[in-house]
Design a protein around this ligand. Structure first.
Ligand SMILES: O=C(O)CCC(=O)C(=O)O
Length: 289
């Protein structure tokens, strides 16, 4: 992989906070074309669309073999750099998800970590991974900490993401303590971060609070922790890089917001990081010019 060194502060932010914004990776025009392609693909009856019907799509799975549009991000030097520095020369794309928050049909997603990977098949006994499930016909398992620590997610934003269209929220540094339940969240406040840490006014905040997805009773006997939750803002074409163990969720859109919030969520791993007998469901090695 012919790459130069990633900007030191981006790398440090990924290590310390568990996320970083790579700005201006894809042009807004190209994002619009990619969104149309995805819409066309997910409207086909056999596609892995998530939603009530072809006209009410809120997400998609199993896009890896039918859509190569995600490769647009590889044309930007910063993406090759981050993949090379975080994953090494054997980086591979191992899963694509697509998310939207369509106007009038948005929701609030509780804080969680991304623990699930798509695999070629389940095994019995399931160790070292657990909780086998099937999602849209594809076997999945919950990976262990060592595999999740080796992975990186890149989220390509196809629309601007702002305080009114259901933005992502994260708990900086939470990837470093994956046993933590996360903060006690009782208000929709928190800082707003962009690549350049822009702030927005409280009046722009959506009206429903976030909740955490911790086990019942998990806070018993402990003082609630007040870790910081920050709201992320991105422009269409930015890539949000994130460690899967980072606690994250998203807010519901404002009721009168007419903007979609479409994101292509790409999970990468060193291809050999998965433990036999498991194999990735699909792994596309990354080649950077
Ligand atoms: O973009 C979002 O709303 C977050 C989606 C997500 O993290 C998930 O569905 O696991």
């Amino acid at each position: 992989m012919a790459v130069t060194n990633l900007n030191g502060s981006t790398r440090k932010q990924l290590q310390d906070d568990g996320f970083a914004v790579l700005s201006g990776v894809v042009s807004a025009d190209r994002c619009a074309r990619l969104a149309s392609q995805l819409n066309r693909i997910l409207s086909q009856p056999a596609a892995g669309a998530i939603g009530e019907n072809a006209k009410r799509i809120v997400g998609g799975r199993n896009l890896q073999s039918v859509w190569s549009g995600w490769k647009a991000i590889l044309e930007h030097r910063s993406v090759g750099e981050v993949l090379n520095q975080e994953l090494g020369a054997s980086a591979a794309l191992v899963r694509i998800l697509f998310f939207d928050k369509p106007p009038g049909r948005s929701w609030n997603l509780a804080l969680h970590r991304d623990l699930t990977i798509a695999v070629a098949q389940h095994h019995d006994p399931s160790a070292p991974y657990e909780h086998p499930t099937v999602k849209a016909g594809v076997p999945h398992v919950q990976a262990d900490e060592s595999l999740l620590r080796s992975m990186l997610t890149l989220r390509l934003h196809l629309d601007d993401m702002h305080p009114r269209n259901g933005p992502l929220v994260v708990v900086p540094g939470s990837h470093r303590d994956p046993s933590g339940d996360g903060p006690e969240v009782d208000a929709p406040g928190g800082r707003v971060l962009h690549g350049n840490r822009a702030a927005v006014s409280a009046a722009d905040k959506p009206d429903r609070p976030l909740t955490t997805r911790s086990e019942p009773g998990s806070e018993v006997g402990r003082e609630p922790r007040r870790a910081e939750i920050v709201e992320i803002a991105c422009r269409a074409g930015d890539v949000f890089a994130m460690k899967p163990l980072l606690l994250h969720g998203s807010r519901v859109s404002a009721k009168d917001c007419a903007d979609h919030r479409r994101v292509v969520h790409l999970e990468f791993a060193p291809v050999d990081a998965i433990q036999p007998p498991y194999r990735w469901y699909q792994a596309d090695r990354i080649e950077i010019a």
